[in-house]
Design a protein around this ligand. Structure first.
Ligand SMILES: Nc1ncnc2c1ncn2[C@@H]1O[C@H](COP(=O)(O)OP(=O)(O)OP(=O)(O)O)[C@@H](O)[C@H]1O
Ligand SMILES: [Mg+2]
Length: 257
């Protein structure tokens, strides 16, 4: 097996600029739902940007918009200089998106899934096999790499899903609650991988409901509620603005709950 780092430094400048991004849904029962309302933020290379908000705040919708799975009602975002509306295919080449639901093929094994995704990104032969093996080792998948995915536990599936997200070594990672429902070792494995990706210069957008995790992992945090960003900044910025110390208190204060 090669000893190359799992996340080598990315060659191109990878940054995300979200500009006045909005998305409304027309719900037959509720009428117009403004899920994302003029959201703006930027993520630098080597930065972990946390997205925090209560259920229904618009986190997943924001991440789906940036990942080009949804089209914005207005506004846009640039990923590595490529516009999500005008150049969605180029954006997709530059991102790894981990959705809330893992979306793994139940009949395939982790090794088969990783190989298949690598092929979809134009990888093949020995380099692909090497990369798959590297991801299997990095995420502690060895013991179940050849077991059908529908036989795996939640935490095992999530390790495979994140390995898939990082397999093609994209400069931008968009992770929607990557550690939800995981035990401490599994969550820690993923958090460490995210830190390694940061050290390699990736830009990471990370949504979570775990306050402690956001506090120690994220360089900057945006608190979003009802589709609107309430505040963006480092923990220090958030402390200064609210006069509170811990993120949980800051969060409660900002949401007025
Ligand atoms: N396809 C859709 N059609 C109609 N409304 C939608 C759709 N997708 C999301 N919404 C609505 O948009 C709002 C934001 O939802 P979203 O899933 O982005 O929230 P979230 O912050 O990810 O919440 P959670 O923490 O529960 O995952 C909610 O009111 C939701 O009902
Ligand atoms: Mg969500």
């Amino acid at each position: 097996m090669s000893s190359a780092p799992a996340f080598p430094p990315s060659a191109e400048p990878a940054a995300v600029r979200v500009e006045n991004l909005s998305k409304s849904f027309n719900d037959p029962k509720r009428g117009e739902v403004r899920a994302v309302d003029r959201v703006s933020f930027q993520v630098a290379r080597g930065e972990i940007f946390g997205l925090l908000g209560p259920n229904g705040a618009g986190k997943t919708t924001t991440l789906r918009l940036i990942s080009t799975l949804l089209k914005p009602t207005s506004g846009t975002a640039l990923v590595g200089g490529c516009d999500i509306v005008a150049e969605p295919a180029k954006v997709r080449e530059r991102i790894g998106f981990l959705a809330g639901e893992t979306g793994l093929y139940p009949r395939l094994t982790p090794r088969e899934i990783l190989k298949f995704f690598g092929e979809m990104h134009g990888m093949k032969g020995a380099p692909l096999a090497g990369r798959v093996q590297q991801m299997i080792a990095r995420f502690g998948i060895e013991k179940f790499a050849d077991t059908r995915t529908d036989k795996l536990s939640t935490g095992m599936k999530q390790r495979v899903a994140i390995a898939r997200t990082m397999l093609h070594d994209p400069p931008v990672l968009i992770l929607d609650e990557p550690t939800a429902g995981l035990d401490v070792p599994s969550a820690r494995n993923i958090e460490q991988a995210v830190k390694e990706a940061k050290q390699a210069g990736k830009s990471i957008i990370y949504s979570t409901h775990f306050m402690e995790e956001a506090e120690f992992l994220c360089d900057r945090i945006a608190v979003i509620s009802d589709g609107v960003v309430k505040i963006t900044g480092t923990m220090e910025d958030l402390r200064r603005a609210t006069g509170k110390q811990r993120l949980r208190e800051i969060f409660v204060d900002l949401l007025g709950i």
